[in-house]
Design a protein around this ligand. Structure first.
Ligand code: CA
Length: 250
């Protein structure tokens, strides 16, 4: 059954055109707490109570006549209509690169890794402190701004072309859809060919020093990048494992 509820906008007029955050959460109490905390940060907050309503809002925001897309998506996993993981997967498949922070009661390593694999940028487990949530939101928004800084040159490595200004990558002439993290990783690798990076260095440069997860996150993203870039991901030619050290490009 389709939900016909209209999304509730909580924007305050003086902060219109500020950072827009979409909160997708079916539990009223948590959703209201999130709205309060995010509005306290000066963000404009829009909410959805199920996955389909969220998808509709995100797709509407992608229309060319809409001036202000969402800057951040805060996503619960257990949702009616379309669950959080499927929504995440679908958005990335549609090349929607909105930063995604998963907020979930599921706390196992598998769920966390799966969340990152389907294209989320960060993961926080319930119960969480609002301070930590806000810190992670800020970090994601900072990196998004970094990614959208204007740059001029196009980076090329054999079959891979990276357009920093457009946050776009083609492989063997075909456009590939990368998450913001994957994009930053690839950009870092491609700008420093053959340099060996440790997992900690990559975390620092791509996720930022305030990242609270562990270095397995790097391996997950490398694996996913390989699947998108390499002709044979099991015999990588671009993203090479340097045993005992980390990774290098080419
Ligand atoms: Ca839920």
């Amino acid at each position: 059954m389709l939900s016909l509820d209209r999304p509730k906008s909580h924007s305050s007029p003086e902060l219109a055109r500020a950072t827009r955050v979409l909160v997708v959460e079916d539990e009223d109490l948590i959703r209201e707490m999130l709205v309060l905390a995010l509005e306290g940060e000066g963000y404009e907050v829009v909410t959805a109570e199920d996955g389909r309503a969220a998808l509709n809002l995100l797709q509407e925001a992608e229309l060319p006549e809409v001036e202000f897309p969402y800057n951040l998506l805060i996503l619960d996993l257990m949702l009616p209509q379309i669950n959080g993981l499927d929504l995440c997967r679908l958005l990335r498949y549609q090349a929607n690169h909105v930063p995604i922070l998963i907020v979930s009661a599921k706390s196992s390593e598998t769920d966390r890794v799966l969340g990152l694999e389907v294209g989320a940028d960060d993961y926080i487990t319930k119960p969480f402190s609002m301070r930590e949530l806000i810190a992670r939101c800020r970090a994601l928004l900072r990196r998004q701004r970094f990614c959208s800084l204007p740059q001029t040159s196009v980076l090329q490595a054999r079959d891979i072309t990276l357009y920093p200004q457009e946050c776009r990558v083609t492989v063997r002439g075909k456009e590939v859809s990368l998450s913001p993290k994957e994009f930053r990783l690839l950009e870092l690798f491609i700008s420093h060919p053959r340099r060996v990076w440790s997992r900690e260095q990559l975390i620092d440069r791509v996720w930022g020093p305030d990242f609270l997860g562990d270095t397995k996150t790097v391996d997950v993203h490398i694996r996913w990048l390989r699947e998108k870039l390499e002709q044979d991901p099991s015999q990588p030619e671009y993203l090479i494992t340097v045993r005992g050290f980390g990774y290098r490009f080419g």
